[in-house]
Design a protein around this ligand. Structure first.
Ligand code: NAD
Length: 490
């Protein structure tokens, strides 16, 4: 991997195919969100590059899949070690590429990426399969699990390396080979990781990285007949296209999609903890986490107190230059995304909503070098109807809306009143109430009195328009393997 800085200060990325860095003759501009400047050129790969990557992955499959889980686990652990050794370098690169703060990348993205390798290196050693007896017929039945083949992995821009490694680690731990396509907006850390793949001894062709846009590189991967499995994380709209493209081939599909996640706050909640966590759950990573809270329903009797304290706490969540450790948020991913997020705030205003802080209320004071960056202050809105697009659609930015409820029944109805069903948060000290809510809320993940506490042993995924299938722990093992039932007549 030559970090190509020749003649230009731009970083020029290359595809990683068959264990080698392969230059591409066409590129896409990649912008640095905190300055608005082009700083990197990403390969604009298409069917030809995808074909080469799939061929390399097919060639590597027989040898890699025949290794023992222990042998594969050793390499995954080595990758984790190497990532941890370069934690700061990776965190700085992720911040520059995505706009998030270095602190967030250092504490969340990169450690979790390393942990993804470590977790699956360990978990793949501990799965068991099923066995049943049919003595009356003289038969013993059992199941075996085999890797599927070449896995196509497509990831989004919000948690670039974190979500990419969440797919690569279980895919290769279970013996598959991989063609991955990271988001064209955030490809740098994936490209940096390819160098670590070489160092860790990942055999050529086991992990191939093809960079480019969704409609060209992504589509070529999804529609490739020799890629029987697609794991996709991204928007619901793209998932609908991918599902159609996969249908003729009956591919195995896992879809991790958008959310419009409610926080339901009962009057008996521990308000201090709740406010600190709900500010974090609404605005972490600029609100660009699929699990972020974007609708807050507060029991009417504590609404005034909640609003005063919540808005005051939100105002302390500072937005600014990503390398400054005193900032909690950096810049949004792109100019277009910033415009989209702002348009929701405008819509809220036009519908009579109150903007308590943030966009249009609290100006940001940025250094001149960042004047064209895609920054937006954290914004709290109230007074919207439940049917407003602002309350219904995923905004995926530092915007959260607050409303009220009077009864448990109403809280459930409001929480469930959108097409998404990814995550929900419930705040109450009544143990019965939190169990009832957890059961009735339509969400793949329900956190009570906390947020984003993740146990990787548990299934991760969404209901309704938030996804199809689950990954994590046993679910990843099941998704990335095919099960066979075997009957032995004795
Ligand atoms: P996106 O759907 O635009 O893109 C995601 C990936 O798909 C990118 O790599 C993109 O290049 C690729 N892609 C786009 N069109 C494609 C096509 N036609 N064929 C194949 N690939 C294609 O999503 P995004 O804007 O990058 O990410 C934000 C979305 O991701 C939000 O909706 C967010 O909620 C969701 N998300 C979900 C989870 C989860 O785990 N549920 C996690 C993170 C993000």
């Amino acid at each position: 991997m030559a970090v190509t800085l020749l003649k230009s200060p731009l970083l020029i990325l290359e595809n990683f195919i068959g264990g080698e860095f392969i230059p591409c003759n066409k590129h896409i501009d990649s912008f640095e969100p905190s300055t608005g400047e082009v700083y990197c050129k990403v390969p604009d790969s298409g069917p030809q590059e995808v074909e080469a990557a799939v061929e390399a992955a097919k060639k590597a499959f027989p040898e890699w899949s025949s290794r023992s889980p222990e042998q594969r686990a050793q390499i995954l652990n080595k990758l984790a070690d190497l990532l941890e050794e370069q934690l700061l370098e990776f965190a700085q690169a992720e911040s520059r590429d995505q706009g998030k703060t270095v602190t967030f990348a250092k504490n969340v993205d990169i450690p979790r990426s390393a942990y993804n390798f470590r977790y699956f290196a360990s978990s793949v050693l501990h799965h068991t399969t099923d066995c049943s007896q049919m003595d009356h017929l003289g038969c013993l039945n059992y199941t075996i699990r085999c890797p599927v083949g070449v896995a196509g992995l497509i990831s989004p821009w919000n948690l670039p390396l974190y979500l990419l490694t969440w797919k690569i680690a279980p895919a290769i731990a279970t013996g598959n080979t991989v063609v991955a396509k990271p988001s064209e907006m955030t490809s740098v850390t994936a490209w940096m990781m390819c160098k670590l793949m070489q160092k860790a001894g990942v055999p050529p062709g086991v992990v191939n990285m093809v960079f480019g846009t969704g409609p060209r590189a992504g589509d070529a991967l999804v529609a490739h007949p020799d890629v029987p499995l697609i794991s996709f994380t991204g928007s619901t709209l793209t998932a609908q296209i991918i599902t159609e493209r996969c249908a003729p081939y009956c591919k195995k599909l896992s879809l991790e999609l958008g959310g419009k996640n409610p926080a339901i706050i009962f009057a008996d909640a521990d308000l201090d903890k709740c406010i600190e966590t709900t500010v974090r759950s609404s605005f972490s990573n600029q609100g660009e986490i699929c699990l972020c809270t974007s609708r807050i329903y507060v029991e009417r009797s504590i609404y005034q107190t909640f609003m005063e304290e919540f808005v005051a706490a939100a105002r302390k969540w500072k937005t600014g230059v990503p390398s400054d450790p005193s900032n909690s948020n950096g810049a949004l991913i792109s100019k277009e995304h910033l415009a989209k997020v702002r348009s929701f705030v405008e819509l809220a205003r036009s519908e009579g909503g109150t903007v308590h802080c943030g966009e249009g209320v609290d100006p940001l004071h940025l250094p001149a070098a960042n004047a064209n960056g895609y920054f937006m202050p954290v914004t709290v809105i109230s007074g919207l109807s439940d049917s407003s697009a602002v309350m219904q659609e995923e905004i995926f930015g530092p915007v959260t809306c607050v409303s009220t409820f009077d009864t448990e029944e109403e809280a459930v109805a409001k929480g469930n009143g959108v097409r998404y069903g990814l995550a929900a948060t419930v705040w109450s000290q009544d143990v019965g109430k939190v169990h009832r809510m957890a059961k009735r809320l339509q969400a793949g993940l329900v956190w009570t009195n906390c947020w984003l506490v993740r146990d990787l042993n548990l299934p991760f995924g969404g209901m309704k328009n938030s996804g199809v299938g689950r990954e994590g722990g046993k679910d990843s093992y099941h998704f990335f393997t095919e099960v066979k039932s075997v009957t032995i007549k004795y």
